[in-house]
Write a protein that binds this ligand. Structure first.
Ligand code: HEM
Length: 139
């Protein structure tokens, strides 16, 4: 049980690093957001978090259900924002590639649509930071 707990917590901290690290590295960027890394981090957080919750339920002390429920909802929003950003970015890039193949695209055209992904990137990254603060400051 101790080893499993340590393993899940390690995964939880790796997922956290992927989310928060990527967010801080790219928070001033206008394009080229690494949604694949955000998506990986968000998936790890959901799976390891729910497993840690399960372990806590099996233990002697009652876990803080309110705190974990709120963290769960926030983590779900992080996941959805990362997923939608990932899919939209892929569609934009596929469209750009086909336009380029036709020989009719300038650098401005290439960068402009990706700027619209910034909101999704900041929702995912910002809420991941919020979840970190909730985990640490809410007893
Ligand atoms: C973006 C998503 C998330 C972030 C950034 C995050 C962050 C953290 C951090 C920094 C810790 C270590 C501090 C502490 O022990 O209080 C932690 C622990 C924990 N998290 Fe999360 N978390 C996320 C998602 C979730 C989800 C979805 C759940 C489950 C509903 C969850 C359940 C837990 C549990 C049970 C612990 C305690 C681990 C222990 O027993 O020491 N987390 N989380």
């Amino acid at each position: 049980m101790d080893f499993l707990h340590a393993l899940l917590l390690a995964a939880h901290l790796i997922g956290l690093s992927l989310l928060v690290g990527t967010f801080f590295v790219q928070m001033r960027a206008k394009s080229g957001f690494s949604f694949a890394i955000l998506l990986t981090g968000a998936s790890i957080q959901l799976v390891s978090g729910v497993a840690l919750y399960g372990l806590a339920m099996a233990g002697d002390e009652e876990p803080n259900h309110m705190k974990l429920g709120i963290k769960g909802i926030i983590a779900l929003v992080v996941f959805v924002a990362a997923l939608v950003g990932f899919l939209r970015q892929r569609a934009i890039r596929a469209e750009k590639a086909s336009l380029k193949a036709g020989g009719a695209v300038s650098v401005a055209d290439v960068e402009l649509p990706e700027r619209r992904l910034k909101t999704l990137f900041h929702i995912a990254g910002g809420l991941a930071v919020l979840n970190l603060l909730i985990a640490v400051f809410w007893g």
